[in-house]
Design a protein around this ligand. Structure first.
Ligand code: UAG
Ligand code: ATP
Ligand code: API
Ligand code: MG
Length: 495
């Protein structure tokens, strides 16, 4: 972890401070929002949370060595304190001040949108590496600094962790960082203090309405990445999906030059002659008066968009189109995204992270296209998440599959049976079975599959756990599928 040596007065410069108490010349060495992780010398940020109030843990933070507090109400504690209107919204700026504004010392790319963020960050990482750069990545699968993995819990970490990670990247000589920026992150100030050089928009379809309430609010949250593309580090760009209905609003919101990509509409980077095969996508990209052939080894029409977005970013940043295309051709797939499990069985088993109606529709249609036999789809919906997407996911799965095995996907504090019933209200015109135990559902699918069938196991992708209540149990769709296939006598080494 980077350590700092700054006075509280220096750290709060540029922040609206309503009141303060104690000696603001106190030296701060780091920052934390969690009393359980406070290190001696830290500034502790008291965040009124969704579950508990961080102010209630300030005394414990001080006992662990916190030397100052950021608060929304002054506390009867003998440490210097600064009072601000909203702690969550200023944490990123404070942390950026503490860790020397790391995002200003490297090139930072933010990727937002409902689906495709993780995939595009992987493509950009690969393009950067191919051009000889040290690259940093932050996202759903954790962070990576020059190839070293650091586990993470969420798509976009909390503001302080984002600044710490970027600080570590700078210390290790990273010159390009790419980061997934979730809508939660944009609303909850997790990327405050980040100066982005480019923003990439993938698409906007239904998800997270439990949090954002309406699609307009969800879009507004996403638009903030592009509206904030200001600053004078270098010319900034917004790379937007021209085929998405949200394009026009995002174009208007963007503070930076807009570059569009797409298939259907005239776009700065436009794919033509698209061929979708069982192995991947092939197309020609027309851009700036030039044409280039692209091969990207992930099937599905949506893969064209992901490859186009990454290509457009690379070329706009001045990288050689030829080497960008080579990088895309070399990438062998993102864990848990259309990942094939092969133990010599005469049917396909695919594990994919689709967990929204649009994501699921895309993968079931892709699997449908190359399945000669039946398509058996195993899926569920997360608990304590947008409930309204459940029947919609049931509907799209039913429309394109031959048989559904509706099961559990991180029920969290909800009743798994009730989640399944809500999914089933959208299911019609297809045979299905409800099996709450996901392991049993995967085994059943493997037992039912005949030669030339496809089993699609959707929703958890790379996840290595299943959450019941607040307990996290080990569970990996890929491992369970292998276990079931071995149980059925298929023993070939996975290829
Ligand atoms: C809605 C949301 O984002 N909630 C996050 C938020 O929770 P919270 O505000 O309720 O925190 P809290 O538990 O009430 O605690 C309040 C404060 O007291 C502190 N505390 C608490 C206990 C203690 O002993 N000491 C202490 O200091 C906590 O560290 C915190 O600062 O802050 C917590 C601490 O960082 C997060 O774990 C929690 O994420 C939850 C787990 C979550 O599920 N978030 C999801 C919805 C999310 O953010 N998803 C997005 C999008 C996903 C995508 O589309 O890819 C993501 O970016 O991952
Ligand atoms: N461009 C796309 N359009 C629609 N669906 C996509 C696209 N790219 C990927 N998908 C589907 O969405 C799933 C999730 O993809 P990915 O992990 O790249 O998205 P994400 O935006 O990072 O998701 P999350 O919000 O959970 O971080 C994939 O497994 C695939 O099924
Ligand atoms: N980033 C998404 C991931 C959902 C993955 C799915 N397996 C689930 O748990 O609902 C979320 O937190 O809503
Ligand atoms: Mg992601």
């Amino acid at each position: 972890m980077p350590t700092a040596n700054k006075s509280l007065t220096e750290i709060i410069s540029g922040i609206e401070v309503q009141a303060s108490s104690g000696d603001c010349q106190v030296i701060v060495r780091g920052m934390s929002m969690d009393s359980r992780q406070v290190q001696p010398g830290d500034l502790y940020a008291c965040v009124p949370g969704f579950k508990v109030d961080g102010h209630d843990f300030a005394a414990s933070a001080v006992a662990s060595g916190a030397v100052a507090l950021v608060v929304e109400r002054l506390l009867p504690l003998e440490v210097p304190q600064v009072k601000v209107p909203n702690v969550r919204q200023v944490m990123g700026t404070l942390a950026a001040n503490i860790y020397d504004h790391p995002s200003e010392q490297l090139e930072l790319v933010g990727v937002t949108g409902t689906n495709g963020k993780t995939t595009i960050t992987y493509l950009i990482e690969k393009i950067g590496i191919k051009h000889g750069k040290k690259v940093g990545l932050i996202g759903t699968l954790g962070s990576r600094i020059d190839g070293r993995t650091i586990p993470g819990d969420r798509t976009t970490p909390e503001a302080i962790d984002v600044q710490k990670l970027l600080g570590e990247m700078v210390a290790e000589g990273v010159s390009l960082a790419v980061m997934e920026v979730s809508s939660h992150a944009l609303v909850l100030g997790r990327v405050a203090g980040c100066e982005f050089d480019a923003g990439i928009f993938t698409n906007l379809t239904q998800d997270h309405l439990d949090y954002h309430k309406t699609m307009e609010d969800y879009l507004y949250a996403k638009s903030r990445l592009f509206a904030d593309l200001k600053g004078d580090k270098q010319p900034k760009i917004s790379i937007l999906n021209g085929d998405d209905p949200a394009f026009e609003k995002l174009r208007q919101a963007s503070a930076a030059t807009v570059v569009s990509y797409g298939i259907h509409n005239s776009a700065d980077y436009r794919a033509e002659n698209v061929e979708v095969t069982t192995e991947g996508v092939r197309f020609q990209v027309h851009f700036r008066g030039a044409v280039r052939d692209i091969w990207y080894a992930t099937p599905g029409f949506f893969s064209v968009y992901n490859a186009l977005a990454a290509f457009a970013w690379g070329v706009e940043r001045g990288y050689s189109p030829e080497i960008v295309a080579e990088a895309l051709a070399e990438i062998s797939g993102v864990p848990g995204r259309f990942e094939s499990i092969r133990l010599g069985q005469p049917f396909q088993v695919i594990v994919d992270y689709a967990h929204t109606p649009d994501g699921l529709e895309n993968v079931v249609r892709t699997a449908r296209d190359f399945t000669k036999g039946r398509l058996l789809t195993v899926f569920g919906c997360g608990g304590d998440r947008d409930r309204t997407k459940r029947p919609l996911m049931g509907e799209v799965a039913a429309q394109w599959s031959d048989y559904l095995l509706v099961t559990s996907d991180n029920p969290r504090t909800e009743d798994p049976g009730q989640i399944i019933r809500e999914i089933l209200t959208g299911v019609s015109g297809v045979d299905y079975v409800a099996i709450a135990d996901r392991r049993e559902a995967i085994w059943s699918a493997c037992r039912l599959a005949k030669p030339r069938d496809t089993i699609l196991i959707a929703g958890k992708g790379h996840e290595t756990y299943q959450i019941f209540g607040t307990e996290v149990h080990p569970f990996d769709d890929r491992e369970v599928a292998r276990e079931a296939l071995r149980g059925l006598g298929y023993a070939q080494l996975d290829s």
